[in-house]
Design a protein around this ligand. Structure first.
Ligand code: PLP
Length: 360
């Protein structure tokens, strides 16, 4: 392969966020363009704003709001699908087989966006505490036309995965997509968002944050963001707030995901500096706000939901409420001079939702 573009290095200026139609990642690595198709599904850049009047003192808190990103469902899953869906098409697969818990945002977003491209989705679902939020998600998932397999536990899901793959051959095997869309290719969605954030900082839309807080449900959002910020030459620290105890989610597994994303870029023709893979120093993973487990609310997450709602920020109880609880909790323990901090709003419900007759 001919490589005609010098490798960008940490500190090189990242591309400016343009009209949002093109990918900043592909602008940075143009030699990957041919083998790395991208499908814009939302309107970029997503807005940033300061959250004023938070209780107590402490660092300034800003929000990058991914909630309106995308059409039929919003939030962080859409960015991953911008790379995943073209990859499914490139491999000529007709069905995606993916995994999640009963209230999966990822399974729902995948089903809705894949359907628009004529691709069907099957989701293996493990149990989680069922409340009104989860029941509503399941209704939306059913209405999306996805085939649902209730596999109940991670162990049973692993055991029946070969049967599910065989069942969804058409005739090619289904495209097997890990839980949360956190494959190396899905991770590129948040590398892109990291470059976008860097461009917004450089354009003066927000001050350079000292830390970014993000929920960790399957890992690609935090890992991709840390990698993207590093590629843009920014040493901002990403705090991944673990909300899921059903998957292995620690610093090593997230670093590994970022490395695999960088290697994928290289395999597709990008000239990626190996320095980018050393994101360890700027990624931090905490389980402190998880509570009793995935989908189990905590006193802090309930309070965070209320505090955010009063400031026009709609959080979900499973992911973003715990990530925002981390912001509020760590703010109380902060020292003079800390901040500013940025919270990544990754929850993107659509109250109009997919109507029940949208199935099929
Ligand atoms: C609303 C929301 N926020 C955050 C996350 C976490 O993202 P990731 O799975 O990439 O860790 C998820 C999904 O898991 C989600 O649905």
């Amino acid at each position: 392969m001919t490589v005609d573009t010098p490798a960008p290095r940490a500190g090189d200026p990242a591309p400016a966020a343009g009209d949002g139609a093109d990918s900043l990642l592909l602008q940075l690595f143009p030699t990957a363009r041919r083998k790395l198709p991208f499908l814009r599904l939302g309107s970029a850049p997503t807005p940033v704003r300061q959250l004023t009047d938070l209780p107590g003192g402490g660092p300034e808190v800003w929000v990058k709001d991914e909630s309106r990103y995308g059409g039929p469902w919003g939030g962080n899953k859409v960015r991953k699908l911008e790379w995943i869906l073209p990859d499914v098409q490139r491999r000529h697969r007709r069905t995606i087989l993916t995994f999640g818990a009963l209230g999966t945002n990822h399974g729902l977003a995948t089903a809705l966006y894949a359907r628009e491209l004529g691709i069907s989705t099957a989701v293996a679902l493990v149990d989680q505490p069922v409340d009104a939020h989860v029941r509503a998600q399941l209704d939306r998932l059913r209405a999306s036309g996805a085939t649902l397999h209730f596999t109940h536990t991670p162990a049973r899901t692993t055991a029946v995965a070969p049967l599910l793959i065989a069942r969804h051959c058409s005739p090619l095997p289904p495209y097997v997509l890990p839980a949360g869309g956190s494959s190396p290719i899905g991770t590129l969605g948040y590398v892109e968002a990291g470059l976008e954030l860097a461009a917004q900082i450089r354009a003066g839309e927000l001050p350079e944050p000292e830390r970014v807080f993000v929920a960790v449900g399957s890992g690609a959002t935090a890992a991709g963001l840390a990698l993207g910020l590093r590629m843009a030459g920014l040493r901002i620290s990403v705090t991944g707030v673990v909300v899921n105890d059903l998957l292995r989610l620690d610093l090593r597994s997230l670093q590994r995901l970022a490395r695999r994303a960088a290697r994928l870029l290289r395999r597709r023709g990008a000239v990626v500096d190996s320095d980018y893979e050393r994101i360890g120093a700027q990624l931090d993973v905490t389980r402190r706000w998880l509570g009793a487990g995935y989908g189990e609310p905590t006193a802090e997450s309930r309070e965070a939901l209320r505090t955010a709602a009063a400031r026009g920020l709609e959080l979900d109880p499973v992911y973003t409420a715990k990530a925002f609880a981390a912001v509020l909790g760590e703010r109380e323990e902060s020292r003079a001079g800390d901040g500013p901090w940025l919270f990544l709003q990754t929850h993107g419900p659509r109250t109009d939702g997919p109507p029940p007759d949208a199935a099929g």
